[in-house]
Design a protein around this ligand. Structure first.
Ligand code: ZN
Length: 472
């Protein structure tokens, strides 16, 4: 009897406790500054959709360019490590001597991010940034990872699943590549999945005759040394990695890269998943979408323990033809069997979308929501965004950043936007989304349990702190 009474008492305390936090949150949620003060301290679990080069702030890239005295073309603003001659080229040290460093700093910050961007084509400006800062995003990895870790700790983020780098097998040649590309395109035109499997088997055998293991070993060695030498993991923070393929390459190259990506993920426990990146409305991405889905399905069959999330449905009306908005998420879910979907913006246009939403809910296919990114790249925000459509059908939601630095944002801001824009979402829902970011992450069971236990502790402390320090 005593035990029952104690349990009952604890239940009442717990319920009152949660209700009080909920009430307090409802009180402050309409004021942005009050909301920021609350959200910035709140534990946020993991950021499961985060691209390394888009997460390093332009200020950091600029500092690296100055420190390494890179070359800059003052007309095109192109930056490079290699010595250059000709019109417009000068060194950062010369800009500094001439007193022009700060004006070029501002120009580069705007070129490398969405800072002050008010043009019409956000998508084009956004995707162009990656090529422009690439001479800098391919150096100083240790400093870069450390910057992400420190920012995460400041934001009360305990885990990042980072799309960091890829095993690039593009240069390894298979004989008759052109014929295979043609064959795959023809099979795609006929949508013949049986014939496709037969060709994939042949290609797979050819790939296995190439130095696959050498490429994977040098990649995992690079990643492991960087991760452990940079002391990224500790009791406050954990980083794991996704490798990825680029969806704008020819079919044979894409298939080769996907096979080595799956093998790398199977081999190295730091690589917890595979992804597919690059603009989804690119002509190659659109044209070869069906092939890409079956490539994932094939690799899933070969390496069933490897997990993968797929950018899918990061398109909307006006970006592609209406009929192209009807199947990307469905194909990623039903054909490719993606465990998580990145963005999922075109869901409202997908064929039989209610059935798809119910399927995702029932089968625990989570969707990674990136509010700022969707606003800047696709122009989709507020109630045009399908967030509530997903929650209505109980599809698991995780909140993530995509490319926080290009968007001049943070995970804190993503939760703020969520609370400001969607009043139906309660504090309990938000907390649930935070827990989803661990539940639907890709590390092994043991690591996830440790992260979840840590999150329990963080929430206990946070809620007690809010309750004892809220204004009287
Ligand atoms: Zn992304």
């Amino acid at each position: 009897m005593k035990k029952i009474l104690t349990a009952f008492f604890l239940l009442i305390v717990f319920t009152t406790h949660s209700q009080t936090i909920n009430d307090y949150f409802q009180k402050i949620r309409n004021n942005q500054a009050e909301l920021t003060a609350f959200i910035s301290q709140m534990p946020k679990g993991g950021d499961l959709h985060n691209h390394y080069s888009g997460a390093i702030y332009a200020e950091t890239y600029f500092n690296w360019a100055v420190k390494n005295d890179f070359w800059i073309n003052t007309e095109t603003l192109q930056v490079t490590a290699d010595a250059k001659t000709g019109e417009g080229w000068t060194k950062f040290s010369t800009l500094n001597k001439d007193g022009k460093l700060s004006s070029y700093r501002e120009k580069l910050l705007q070129l490398w991010s969405m800072k002050n961007y008010n043009g019409a084509d956000g998508e084009q400006h956004f995707f162009a940034t990656f090529g422009l800062f690439s001479p800098l995003s391919n150096i100083n990895y240790k400093e870069g990872l450390t910057e992400l870790k420190e920012r995460a700790i400041t934001e009360n983020v305990s885990y990042i699943e980072l799309m960091f780098s890829r095993v690039d097998f593009s240069k390894q040649n298979i004989d008759s590549t052109n014929e295979y590309n043609e064959m795959l395109e023809n099979i795609q035109a006929q949508k013949d999945s049986i014939k496709l499997k037969y060709v994939f088997d042949r290609l797979y055998n050819k790939i296995m005759q190439l130095p696959v293991e050498d490429s994977i070993n040098s990649f995992t060695h690079f990643l492991d040394s960087l991760h452990y030498n940079s002391h990224i993991d500790d009791n406050k923070f954990t980083m794991r990695y996704q490798t990825y393929i680029v969806r704008t390459q020819n079919p044979v190259t894409t298939f080769k890269n996907l096979v080595v990506s799956f093998r790398a993920a199977k081999k190295d426990s730091l690589i917890v998943g595979v992804n597919i990146v690059a603009p989804e409305d690119d002509p190659v991405s659109m044209h070869d979408y069906w092939l890409h889905m079956y490539m994932f399905a094939y690799c899933h069959q070969k390496y069933p323990s490897v997990k993968y999330s797929m950018h899918a449905g990061e398109i909307t009306e006006g970006f592609v033809k209406p009929e192209d908005l009807t199947h990307h998420i469905s194909d990623a879910v039903y054909i490719a069997k993606a465990q998580r979907i990145g963005h999922g913006i075109d869901i409202a246009y997908e064929k039989n979308n209610y059935q798809l939403l119910n399927y995702m809910s029932k089968n625990h296919v989570a969707v990674e929501i990136n509010l700022s990114s969707n606003e800047y790249i696709l122009g989709v925000k507020n109630d045009a965004h399908p967030l509530l459509l997903y929650t209505r059908f109980h599809v698991p939601i995780v909140i993530s950043t995509d490319d926080a630095a290009i968007n001049r944002s943070s995970l804190t801001e993503q939760y703020e936007l969520l609370a400001l824009r969607y009043k139906e979402i309660s504090y309990s829902d938000i907390k649930n989304f935070v827990y989803n970011s661990i539940t639907y992450s890709f590390p092994d069971k043991q690591k996830k349990e440790a992260l979840k236990k840590d999150l329990d502790e963080r929430f206990k402390k946070f809620e007690a702190y809010i309750l004892s320090n809220q204004p009287k």
